[in-house]
Every structure is written in C-alpha cells, then in structure tokens.
Design a protein. Sequence first.
Length: 289
Amino acid sequence: MRATGRFGSAALTLYFWAFVVFLISPLVVLVVFSLNNSTTPSLPLSGFTTKWFHAAFTNGELTGALLRSAEIGVAASVGATLLGIMASIGLTAKKLRLRSFTVALLLLPLVIPYISLAVGLLILLQALGIQTSLAAVVLGHVVITLPFSILVVLPRLRSLDPSMVEAARDLGASDLTAFRLITLPLLGPSLISSFLICFVTSFDEFAIANFLAPSGTPTYPVFLYSSSRTPALLPEVIAVGTLVIAVSLVLVLLAEGGRQWAERRIVGTSKPDFDGAELSNDLAALGRA
C-alpha cells in the first residue's frame, strides 16, 4: 500500500513537470528564435541579433495592429467588467424569476464556438445595414468576455456579508451610496482579476476580429496569422511575440500584487485570506442556481 502511494506521488510529480515543460517550451523557443540572425527559424542558430525588435517597431502595420488590439482589449474589458458587476448584483437578488434560465443565458458564450458567433454577428450587422467596424469588434468581445467577468465577480459578491450594506442603509445611506462606499471597495480584488482575464481573452481573440474588423485595420492576432505566411515578416512577428509574452508576465505579476494588496487592506492582515474550497463552493452554487 505504501509502495503504491509512493508510485502515485512520483507519477503525479512527473506529470506536473511534464506539463510545465510542455507549457513553457513554446515560449522559450519563441524567445530564442527572436534573437536568431537568420530569417528562417531553424537550428542551429546562425547568430544572435536584436535587429528584429527594431525592425518590428519601425513596421507601422505591425505596431498599429498591436496598439489596436490593446485599445480594443481595454475597452472590452472595461465594458465586460461593468456589465459583470450589474449582472452579478442581479443574480444575487433574493427574488429573481427564471434564475436558472438567466444564468444559462449569460454564460452561453462559453459554450458557443467563436467562429459561429462571429458569422452570426456579421450576418446580423449586414441585415441591419451596419458596416463592419472596430466598435463592432469591441461589442463582440464584450459578449464573449462577460461570462468570465461574472464567474469572477459573482462568487466574491456572494461571499460578502449583507449586514454591512444593511447597516449602511440603516444609517441613512442610499442604495447607490452603500454600493459605492461598501460593496465596490470589497469587490476590488475580483475587479482586477476580471479586467485582466477579459483583456487577455479579447487581446488573443481571432475569429470575431477577423470577421468584423474593417479591411486595412486588422487586430494583432489577425495580422499575426496573415504575416506568419510571409517569410520576410516572420522574424519581426516572433520578436513582437516575445515582447507580448514579457508584458503579459509583468501584467500578471502587477495584477497579482495589486490583488494581494487590496486583500490585505480589506481583511486588515499581512497575509491575504484565500480559500480555494470556498471559491469552488461558490462556483458550484452558481451551477446549481
């Protein structure tokens, strides 16, 4: 029995490190080839250089696509987070008719293929006589990122003590004032996580942007897909991909640091109190709702 336990532990450890290697290897390869002096990503390397980074930032189309995706991601993340707050407040109401149907409807984009949603949005815009635009891309990204915001904000909202809001109302605060001064600060860590998840989802999305973005204004994933088949642009694309990875890691570290700082301010301790079992119970309660 003891030998079986040791074998299971060793197998689990091996699986974990195999998963880590599988996850990190493509990123390492991307960084290595971004410094390759050759235009062809092949081994052995012909030399090391940083000229592809300079060439990438002098490419107006590439930098324009990158900034375009960042702007769309910020707009979609703000919109999805705001709607996620309102939807979560509605879902926590004591008297809500058709609660299960409402939850299923709000989380429906999680199970709909993005390509099908993109085609449907394109047909809808054409039927309404609306031209494709970056605003349509933002709206499409809000639709697909809203479920992620709800799944982050709702468990946090359900875990709050309702007596705090009731006490504020007893002291004369309006519903809006109680939400602004009590509920919203307590939601701070979940709002940071919601914004980050929605931004990454929007920044990486390809199908909706490919169908709804006007000609000549591609987002970064669309530009990346088209440029990957052009050997002359491939080194520049790899270089920018390396920078995107670095910026993403910095954003994750900053967001996690901000979340922990907000948690410490909320609970008044030096160490954030995070209970994974409590989060799992909240998500399970959402599924049963």
